[in-house]
Design a binder for this molecule. Structure first.
Ligand SMILES: Cc1cc2nc3c(=O)[nH]c(=O)nc-3n(C[C@H](O)[C@H](O)[C@H](O)COP(=O)(O)O)c2cc1C
Length: 170
């Protein structure tokens, strides 16, 4: 699959098969994060892999009861190690770096036949407690990872002429 086809095929998956992810497959997804760019090549990130069923159950509760968190065999958790770090443009590096790395993982997962669902609906404090993540660090994103048990249709998107502006802002 080329990158564009992978982008077209990706969906948020909220139902997963009860099937473990083979280690080489999981490692390839993680490798996509490792190779992602970051501001100043800082790489101030950690990627947690959670497989334990009890921990996943706790994470599901911390994620407003989203059942896919408990159902998927793996939960990936993206942590910023320097959440206060800023770029010269004043924007925070952490959420941007982590979002790029997560996007790379999501696309690699899609190419490998795996499903993901970016999670923003979770209580960060609870997630940190459950996983023992030190208070100053930030949990930027999480996603379940597993073999899809659903194949949802594409969600609508705005048209190009609604979102693309050429030359000067108008
Ligand atoms: C930053 C972000 C946070 C999201 N949080 C959640 C979430 O907590 N739970 C969920 O089911 N989907 C979540 N989503 C998935 C979006 O609902 C989904 O991407 C959107 O509806 C478009 O559907 P698609 O991903 O299948 O194209 C999130 C997506 C993004 C990018």
């Amino acid at each position: 699959m080329d990158v564009f086809t992978t982008i077209q095929n990706r969906r948020s998956i909220r139902a997963y098969k009860d099937k473990a992810i083979e280690e080489p497959v999981l490692n390839k997804v993680l490798e996509a994060a490792r190779l992602a760019p970051s501001a100043g090549n800082n790489q101030a990130w950690k990627f947690m892999v959670v497989k334990d069923p009890e921990t996943r159950k706790e994470l599901a509760v911390a994620s407003k009861g989203q059942k896919q968190v408990e159902q998927a065999p793996v939960i990936l958790v993206g942590i910023s190690m320097e959440p206060e770090g800023k770029m010269p443009n004043g924007q925070q590096r952490g959420p941007i770096d982590l979002s790029i790395a997560f996007s790379f993982m999501v696309l690699e997962a899609t190419e490998l036949g795996l499903g993901t669902c970016w999670l923003g609906a979770y209580d960060e404090g609870e997630v940190k407690n459950i996983l023992g993540i030190p208070a100053p660090l930030r949990v930027i994103a999480m996603t379940p990872l597993g073999y899809p048990a659903e194949h949802p249709p594409a969600k609508p998107r705005k048209s190009a002429d609604q979102i693309v502006i050429y030359e000067k802002y108008s």
